[in-house]
Design a protein around this ligand. Structure first.
Ligand code: PGA
Length: 253
């Protein structure tokens, strides 16, 4: 068992209205009673944040954004900043999700800018890294993970880094039903932790949570969480249904 408090985060992506979000939480809360063991985070679309923050008051479940801009304010039409997320009641934010890298031009450098801005605002970032299938097949997984992490970590001190979590999300496993085996995930997590050790030192790296994401569901969560290197999960598709997300939250190892 990991000595780090696990994080189970729901990434709703571009799904749900405020009304759907309220319905989801009304079903989740009784189904996930006793959820206090881990850090549970819901990351809804921006337009649902007020409803989700309101419905989760007093539950101990956290709310996160799915993306943010690195500037605090400015002429950036359509963007949301870290202080705006904080003011809206968010404590967490997902940064560098592969869908943002793939469809919206997110780069390792913008991930770094966003990460620094999120930490400065007091948010707990969940930074996504992971290889595409061609990189895995070419034996480049380690190179890709080390590059994504080393650029993301630039100009961040060890003291600042502790609240950050990394989500290892092999791109070929996202939304495909294909999951990395617990052993594959664990091997990737070791690479990420070793990169964090080089940059921040063993003490800080040992406190950072490394989550797995990519087709996590009630059927496979237990085997994944049994790995000491896996400190939680970032859940997409299976987080949209309150019963399946509650079953994930309540995994037993
Ligand atoms: P998935 O998505 O669980 O639907 O594979 C995970 C993610 O994109 O964070």
């Amino acid at each position: 068992m990991s000595k780090r408090r696990r994080v189970i985060a729901a990434n709703w992506k571009m799904y749900k209205t405020p009304e759907h979000a309220r319905e989801f939480i009304a079903s989740l809360l009784p189904a996930a009673s006793g959820h206090e063991r881990d850090e549970i985070v819901l990351c809804p679309p921006f337009t649902c944040i007020p409803a989700v923050v309101d419905a989760l008051k007093g539950t101990g479940i956290f709310v996160g954004g799915q993306n943010m801009h690195w500037e605090n304010e400015g002429a950036y039409t359509g963007e949301i900043s870290a202080p705006m997320l904080v003011a809206g009641g968010c404590s967490h934010v997902i940064i560098g999700h592969s869908e943002r890298r793939q469809y919206f031009g997110e780069t390792d450098d913008t991930v770094n800018l966003k990460l620094r801005s999120a930490l400065a605002a007091g948010l707990k970032p969940i930074v996504c890294v992971g290889e595409v299938i061609q990189e895995r097949e070419a034996g480049l997984t380690e190179d890709v993970l080390r590059r994504q992490c080393s650029v993301a970590f630039r100009e961040i001190s060890g003291g600042e880094a502790i609240p950050m979590a990394i989500a290892y999300e092999p791109v070929w496993a996202i939304g495909t039903g294909k999951t990395a085996t617990p052993e594959m995930a664990s091997a990737a997590h070791e690479i990420i932790r070793s990169e964090a050790e080089e940059v921040f030192g063993i003490g800080v790296a040992g406190q950072m949570r490394i989550l797995y994401g990519g087709s996590v569901k009630p059927e496979n969560v237990k085997a994944l969480m049994a790995q000491p290197e896996i400190d939680g999960a970032l859940v997409g598709g299976a987080s949209l249904d309150p019963k399946s997300f509650a079953a994930i939250v309540k995994y037993q190892v």
